[in-house]
Design a protein around this ligand. Structure first.
Ligand code: ADP
Ligand code: MG
Length: 249
């Protein structure tokens, strides 16, 4: 029996998944603290995306434990994990192109949880205020009526982050959010993430080392499904093992 530490938002212990005998994630353990931005780096195929798939219930683990605020996630369904407060953004943006920024955010607003338990309980003003707040956070306040199709790639990524934020997750997981973004957009995304962790924890997979340096509380270097190195960016960057298998290339 291991102890549940209430100071951790997420506790991953001995997490393993085997695909036909190949262990894509192999005995991985790490913890995420409140207000932490944990960045996961590592070579292609290291198992980074699979770790997020396991946490959000998209892929079933072979063994191990993933506890979110003390609650075991590995036995829960994907939708239950979302409701528990874990949001996940995939690599490619999936916004509704034909809908406006406002409508995309509106669709993501959690419904049906009013005290009256009624889906018909109207709270338009509350929804609008929340959408305005989120739009401000994701730099899209002036583009609420714009069709998503006309947004830049970076703006679409922000919109998708907004669609997760509106559900108010306590843990947000982002897979390569700045891939394909301009330098200016990367800077703004770093600013956005630094704002987000005032209220929640984040796990980010990323390759751009400048960006990682701007956002990371701690870094986990994954290699062949295992932790190769972990700690501050400074520590990890100077770890000879990391230089050999990852940064050296
Ligand atoms: P990363 O995101 O670090 O680049 P992935 O987590 O996508 O790596 O993949 C890790 C390894 O697991 C790769 O070798 C990949 O081919 C394999 N893999 C991932 N998902 C599956 C799956 N559903 N079935 C079989 N193999 C998979
Ligand atoms: Mg990946």
């Amino acid at each position: 029996m291991t102890n549940v530490n209430p100071n951790f938002v997420l506790m991953v212990e001995d997490l393993t998944v085997s695909f036909d005998g190949f262990k894509a994630v192999n005995g991985l353990s790490f913890e995420v603290e409140p207000n932490e931005c944990r960045v996961m780096i590592g070579p292609n195929g290291a198992g980074k995306t699979t770790v997020l798939d396991l946490i959000c219930g998209r892929t079933r683990a072979t063994s191990g434990s993933v506890r979110f605020k003390g609650k075991e996630l590995l036995t829960m369904r994907e939708d239950q994990i979302v409701l528990a407060g874990v949001g996940r953004k995939f690599q490619t943006p999936s916004v509704y192109e034909d809908l406006s920024v406002f409508e995309n955010l509106e669709l993501s607003y959690p419904r049906g949880h009013s005290v009256f338990g009624s889906l018909f309980f109207r709270r338009d003003a509350e929804v609008k205020t929340r959408i305005a707040e989120i739009a401000e956070t994701i730099f899209l306040a002036d583009l609420l009526d714009e069709k998503a199709a006309f947004l830049s790639h970076g703006q679409k990524q922000w919109l998708e982050i907004g669609m997760l934020l509106i559900q108010d997750p306590e843990l947000l997981m982002l897979d390569e959010p700045v891939a394909g973004m301009s330098v200016a957009e990367r800077k703004k995304t770093a600013e956005l993430l630094n704002r987000i962790i005032d209220h929640r924890s984040v796990i980010v997979i990323e390759h751009d080392m400048g960006f990682v340096e701007d956002i990371a509380t701690r870094v986990t270097v994954l290699h062949q499904g295992q932790t190769l190195s972990e700690g501050s960016m400074e520590r990890v960057k100077n770890d000879p093992k990391v230089i050999e298998v990852y940064l050296g290339h």
